[in-house]
Every structure is written in C-alpha cells, then in structure tokens.
Unconditional design. Structure first.
Length: 278
C-alpha cells in the first residue's frame, strides 16, 4: 500500500527489484506482575517472535525469508493515582531493553546470509522509555476505560538507525454476561513515526522494506474480545481471553505492507500470598 491506496506488485516492481507479498507474525508473550504495594505494581514482559515473509522478484522468482528469536524485554511500573467509586487511574512508566536481535539474516536467490529488512528484525537496538496513563470505570454489569502509551526511541542502534516513536491510544467497553463470561469491543489508534537513519547493509533500491523512508503510519483498529474467568474448581483464578482486530483506517508513509488482521489468545493466572504473623 502507498498511503491509503493499494498497489499492485507490478507497480512496486517499477521502482524496486523485489516486492514483499505476504508476512506472517507470531509473537508468544510471557508477563509477570507483582503488587509491591497497594499503590505500586511491577511488571516484566518478554516475547519470542517468529516472522515469515513471502517475496517475488522483478524476474518473477518467488522466495521466503524467516526470522525468529527473543524480542525486547519490557520493565514497567504501574502507579495508582486514583481509586474511588469503582473508578481508577494508573500511571505507567517503564523501559524497553534491547534484548532482541537487529542482525537477523537469511538466504535469498541473490545472496547467501543476506541482512533482512527492518520489519524482519526482532528488536529495536535502543533503550526506549515508555510512559502512559490508564483509566478504568466499572459498574455491576459494565466496565469501560481508555489507555494512552508513548514509546520514545533513543539514540541510534549499532546498525545506524532508530525506529520511530510510537503513540497508541485504546478505548474499550465491556459487558459482563455472567460471573464467568464477559464480552468487549475496542478501538485502538496507532501513530508511528518514520525510521531515522538507515542500515548500511540494506540497499534501498532493492525492495521497499529496505528503504527507511517507507516507514511510519497512522492506523485505527476495531476489535472484539471475550474473557472467561474460573472463580472456583480445579482452574480457579485462571482467565482465558481472545480478541480479533481489523484496521478500519490505515494510512502508511511510503510503500509498505498493510495490516490485514490480528488474532490474540491469552491465559492468565492470579495468585495471592498471605503474610503470616508471628
């Protein structure tokens, strides 16, 4: 896609030797939250990512590149600012630690062990502060809220570029259908700025995703989600969740791959530790 308009493969080949056709992304995330006090909750989140991209050359040679491994590690503190009348506000502050590789390579028809495009790398290569604000309101049957987060990219990584800053705003509403089951809908806005600098190993005339100017976007996703909670039995304190999102607005800066859909499944377990008094 260029801006908000779809492009054909032949149109992309007028300016680039290779064009991507499809990309699949699987991210397996593991998070731990610990309530240090009534006002402060600490969270650590890591991920393992597997990426696969199908491409075709101007000479109609089709091939696939793959990338997999650990991504960046996130450490966050949630600070309670307000909690009254079933309404709460939390401040989110943290940092993204560059544990994900930015040197991913794979074989292509043109080169063995070729450096992969920016979206195929597993991390940012920079230490990135994250800050945000979360509001939650509840009634006996309904809950609603919003969240805004901003990730700031700092400096340049070892490959001479910096990913774009990212702002995300999410609003949601949920209805409790029973003590166990709830259903929600949400809107998510994403603004990502362009990549600064460039990776010298990537020739920008080879393909769109090697060209740093083809980066950054404004996007609005519509999502539906559901949660199933187990208050008792052998699965007590487990929560299962699933969500499905599709973009309803998608404006890309330059020539990029558009997002088609996002599907998320999750499992959460909550536990408490009782303090013993002597």
């Amino acid at each position: 896609r260029y801006g908000s308009e779809d492009m054909s493969i032949s149109n992309v080949h007028q300016n680039y030797m290779v064009t991507p056709k499809k990309m699949n992304m699987q991210m397996h995330m593991v998070g731990i939250m610990y309530a240090y006090s009534d006002r402060l909750t600490l969270m650590m989140m890591g991920n393992y990512t597997a990426l696969s991209m199908d491409l075709v050359s101007r000479m109609n040679a089709a091939f696939t590149t793959e990338s997999k491994g650990m991504g960046d590690l996130s450490l966050t503190g949630l600070i309670k600012l307000y909690n009254q009348s079933r309404k709460s506000i939390h401040l989110n502050m943290g940092i993204s630690i560059p544990t994900g590789s930015i040197d991913q390579k794979d074989d292509t028809p043109m080169m063995t062990n070729a450096p992969l495009a920016y979206p195929m790398q597993l991390g940012s290569g920079t230490w990135d502060p994250v800050m945000g604000l979360t509001y939650l309101g509840q009634s006996s049957l309904l809950s609603w809220g919003w969240q805004a987060n901003y990730k700031v990219r700092t400096g340049k990584n070892d490959n001479s570029y910096r990913l774009g800053n990212t702002f995300e705003a999410l609003g949601w509403g949920a209805v409790k259908l029973s003590q166990r089951w709830s259903f929600a809908t949400q809107l998510k806005y994403i603004n990502r700025s362009e990549i600064k600098g460039s990776y010298p190993a990537l020739n920008p005339i080879m393909m769109p995703l090697f060209d740093a100017k083809n980066s950054g976007k404004d996007q609005l996703n519509l999502g539906l989600s559901t949660n199933w909670y187990f208050p008792e039995g052998s699965l007590k304190n487990f929560r299962l969740g699933a969500s499905f999102e599709i973009p309803v607005v998608q404006n890309l800066r330059g020539i990029q791959m558009k997002t088609k859909s996002l599907l998320t499944f999750g499992i959460q377990y909550s536990f408490t530790r009782k303090k013993e008094e002597e």
